[in-house]
Write a protein of this length. Structure first.
Length: 193
């Protein structure tokens, strides 16, 4: 019945978050420290992804620039998924695979961080963006699902959620990104006090 389906869905998501917490805590801490170091040194966080992952990138960029839970200064974060003129002109002139790489070439600086989100870890435009970031000495944090992937190979740290089910992976990605944002925000609130 529908009621048991609801309970099952939510419990499955809860169990995945528990597994993610215990398996990825060290990698999430590494990613958080790199994000904090970049922001403390006046660098920025760039984010990219497709579809739901693009929405996640935009969501977290908004949390950094605006606020997550506490008042603090704005933090530099840009979702590379939002400027329709850039996305369409680059796609038209260079191909869809270059939509993130071209922006990273124009906006990225050594010391910045790229958060590359792809449930499969195989999205060609995210891979090209991650490669462009590495070439510019930008630290790459990948968020993927459980399959081994080219994005995981390119990244400095890969937060590989232990599931292949896209919706579950996306839920875990958002929980991870909220955690990074929350810890980072707490650090900046303490430093500003």
């Amino acid at each position: 019945d529908k009621r048991s389906q609801i309970i099952q869905q939510l419990l499955t998501g809860s169990n995945l978050l528990r597994q993610t917490a215990y398996r990825l805590d060290t990698q999430i801490l590494m990613a958080t420290e790199k994000v904090l170091a970049a922001l403390r040194n006046d660098h920025k966080i760039l984010l990219c992804g497709n579809g739901g992952s693009a929405a996640d990138a935009q969501h977290i960029a908004a949390e950094f620039v605006g606020r997550f839970r506490r008042e603090r200064r704005a933090l530099a974060a840009i979702a590379l998924t939002t400027d329709s003129s850039i996305l369409t002109s680059v796609s038209n002139d260079y191909g869809f695979e270059q939509i993130f790489a071209r922006q990273i070439d124009g906006l990225g600086q050594p010391g910045d961080v790229l958060i590359a989100i792809s449930t499969s870890g195989t999205s060609p435009n995210v891979l090209a963006g991650a490669q462009a970031a590495r070439e510019r000495q930008i630290y790459v944090i990948a968020l993927t699902g459980s399959r081994s992937s080219p994005l995981g190979q390119i990244a400095d740290v890969c937060l590989q959620v232990p599931s292949v089910i896209t919706a579950q992976v996306q839920q875990a990605h958002m929980a991870i990104l909220h955690t990074v944002c929350d810890i980072g925000e707490g650090e900046f609130v303490r430093e500003e006090a």
